[in-house]
Design a protein around this ligand. Structure first.
Ligand code: PLP
Length: 399
């Protein structure tokens, strides 16, 4: 099976054929609780009736024309994104990596417009921004970069959360033009920005005339309990924001959003895409925002987060192998004191979809439509699973 697919993934031995809300079913009819949401994509769960209807209606009306013509749903979605973010203009594309590519191009154009010949963008250690050539160079992971050298240049790297390191770079280089940062590092181990970090970056960007660019591909569209992760710092506004994942609830859409000096940088001919922002995906994106607002899902994400985190902390109390339960909203990490990648398969065998990132961090990304009962089930299953696995490991050690 799959003999004609490039083996880019170590796939789990399961194929899902149907979903509903936070549930999935495999070919054999086995049921699973989805605490991963396709890695922060299906925030409204599977087969959401409003999303299915939007897709069907638009498919029967118009799927694609071209960006050389006006696209009504694109304009409507851009208006809504501007409304909820406080930002001004949107370029639509198809993925998170493409959204970040657009952000990087915006930073370079910004630089060249002000005659900086060799522009550099400050990026973070343990960051993740995508797999295209520029975004993998921006990504803070040698494993992801290995084999794809020469890397795209123009990036300077600092430890995540280290404002003083950014200040030091400012004193050493006169060709810095932007900072690119995730409000919570997802792939990097579910690390929320330390309090004041984003605000400090904003201040440095203002001081040095740099663009503040936030990668909200994983944290955006309600995942953290606000529309966007940067909104956890009152009054903060970035110059550029990258979106994807949850915006389409499964249809491929990305967006690069601009404000202030970044809002009008791109002109005709600077950037483009054939598929990006077609009527189908934009109508779905518009519906996603509508459902989140109508159903109060930002507040729901916050309440569910509290329920799950309290449950996990109580369940793991006095378990020395659990270092921390951390995260923001429904981006939750359980940090272990040891590599725990094998828990993914084990959870699957117990009908639960989870992920392990940074080697030893269980990452939970349940949908915003999870019920309280499902949240309880998630906590109970995970605690039992991890405790059982730790007990087995301890037996092995003492054998
Ligand atoms: C923060 C962040 N940026 C960018 C990306 C890349 O998005 P995509 O896989 O849609 O290209 C991801 C994907 O996991 C991500 O988490």
């Amino acid at each position: 099976m799959n003999s004609h697919l490039m083996p880019t993934y170590n796939r789990q031995p399961v194929t899902f054929v149907r979903g509903e809300g936070a549930r999935l079913w495999d070919e054999a009819g086995r049921e699973y609780l989805d605490a991963l949401s396709g890695i922060a994509v299906t925030g409204l769960g599977h087969a959401h009736s409003d999303i299915s209807e939007a897709i069907c209606e638009q498919a029967k009306t118009l799927i694609h024309t071209s960006n050389v013509y006006g696209i009504e749903w694109q304009a409507k979605l851009a208006d809504r994104l501007a409304e909820v973010s406080g930002m001004e203009s949107v370029f639509f594309c198809n993925s998170g990596a493409e959204a970040n590519e657009a952000a990087i191009k915006l930073a370079r154009l910004f630089a060249h417009n002000k005659k900086v010949e060799d522009p550099h963008i400050i990026v973070m250690e343990t960051s993740f921004h995508g797999r295209t050539l520029a975004t993998l160079a921006a990504t803070g992971s040698p494993a992801i970069q290995k084999g794809f050298e020469p890397l795209v240049g123009g990036f300077l790297r600092v430890p995540y959360g280290d404002l003083a390191a950014i200040e030091r770079l400012a004193g050493q280089h006169d060709n810095i033009v932007a900072v690119l940062v995730e409000p919570v590092q997802g792939e990097g181990g579910v690390r929320p920005a330390p309090k004041g970090f984003l605000r400090g970056i904003r201040a440095l960007c203002d001081q040095h005339d740099w663009l503040m660019m936030v990668d909200e591909v994983q944290t955006g569209i309600g995942r953290t309990g606000r529309w966007f992760g940067f909104q956890h710092e009152d009054g903060l506004l970035p110059d550029v924001m990258s979106l994807a994942k949850g915006l389409g609830n499964g249809v491929p859409i990305g967006a690069s959003v601009g404000a202030g000096k970044a809002a009008k940088l791109f002109g005709p001919g600077n950037h483009g895409t054939t598929f990006g922002g077609n009527p189908l995906v934009c109508r779905v994106g518009h519906t996603v925002l509508h459902v989140i607002e109508r159903d109060g899902l930002l507040e729901r994400a916050t309440a569910l987060s509290e329920q799950i985190r309290h449950g996990l902390m109580a369940g793991f109390e006095s378990e020395p192998a659990i270092i921390e339960v951390r995260g923001l909203g429904l981006l939750i990490g359980v940090v272990l004191d040891r590599p725990c990648g094998e828990l993914v398969r084990r959870a699957l065998d117990h009908g639960l979809l989870i992920n392990v990132t940074a080697g030893s961090v269980i990452r939970l990304l349940p949908p915003l439509i999870l019920t309280n009962e499902q949240a309880e089930e998630l906590v109970a299953k995970l605690v039992a699973l991890v405790r059982g696995w730790l007990a087995e490991n301890a037996e092995q050690v003492t054998d």
